[in-house]
Design a protein around this ligand. Structure first.
Ligand code: SF4
Ligand code: SF4
Length: 202
């Protein structure tokens, strides 16, 4: 159980990171093709989620009508059954909170969901070097696809020049780990608890 003071701090943390993330989306708007009803990024993933984020999701869940709650429960049962049958190490699945192509708990969504759609740098887990993260929909002609070179799997200066866009693709570190460490732990002394895959909390 998360105490009120810890949850209040988390609300503050979300406000702080959202100011920054919203500013990045505004800066990158030429590349962003997200629109209502597009939910490809919620249909296949592992969704890393801390204990604190999961408690936040639960607040969102409790505010939903009974029919929607039941749909989420049914989705979860189905995903868990698929997981039990899956022998692969990595199990990718649709998010159980996705209902009719919309996030049913949008204001309460996880940190990873908040940066979906942007390109950014993140630390490689093993080699500790910066690696470019791009939304997977880049391969489907959506975000950043205009400047992405499919062969080298990187942004192309030539393609960027052709677009005539004002801003270059984003290259700040916006990884969950950095956001949690810098804004949550260092500035707010916030304890996120354990990190697991979403399905493991459910
Ligand atoms: S990030 Fe890509 S898949 Fe997700 S909503 Fe935006 S355009 Fe659609
Ligand atoms: S919590 Fe919402 S935004 Fe995040 S993956 Fe699930 S449906 Fe998508």
């Amino acid at each position: 159980m998360i105490d009120k003071e810890r949850m209040d701090k988390f609300y503050q943390f979300i406000r702080v990171i959202m100011e920054r993330i919203n500013a990045h989306f505004e800066d990158q708007k030429e590349y962003i093709h997200c629109k209502e009803g597009c939910s490809l990024c919620c249909e296949k993933g592992e969704y890393p989620c801390s204990e604190l984020e999961f408690e936040f999701l639960k607040i969102g869940f409790m505010g939903l009508d009974k029919a929607t709650q039941q749909q989420i429960v049914d989705n979860t049962i189905q995903i868990k059954a698929e997981k039990d049958k899956c022998s692969d190490k990595i199990f990718m699945h649709k998010c159980p909170f996705l209902i009719n192509h919309r996030c049913s708990v949008y204001p309460y969504r996880m940190i990873i969901c908040r940066t979906f759609g942007l390109s950014y740098y993140d630390k490689d887990e093993y080699e500790k070097r910066n690696v470019l993260k791009v939304p997977f929909c880049i391969e489907k002609g959506l975000n950043y696809s205009e400047v992405y070179d499919q062969e080298s799997k990187s942004f192309s200066t030539e393609l960027f020049k052709k677009t005539g866009y004002k801003k270059e693709p984003l290259t700040y570190n916006l990884g969950v780990e950095m956001l949690v460490k810098k804004f949550g732990k260092e500035i707010m002394n916030l304890d996120f608890g354990e990190f697991k895959r979403l399905i493991e909390w459910l």
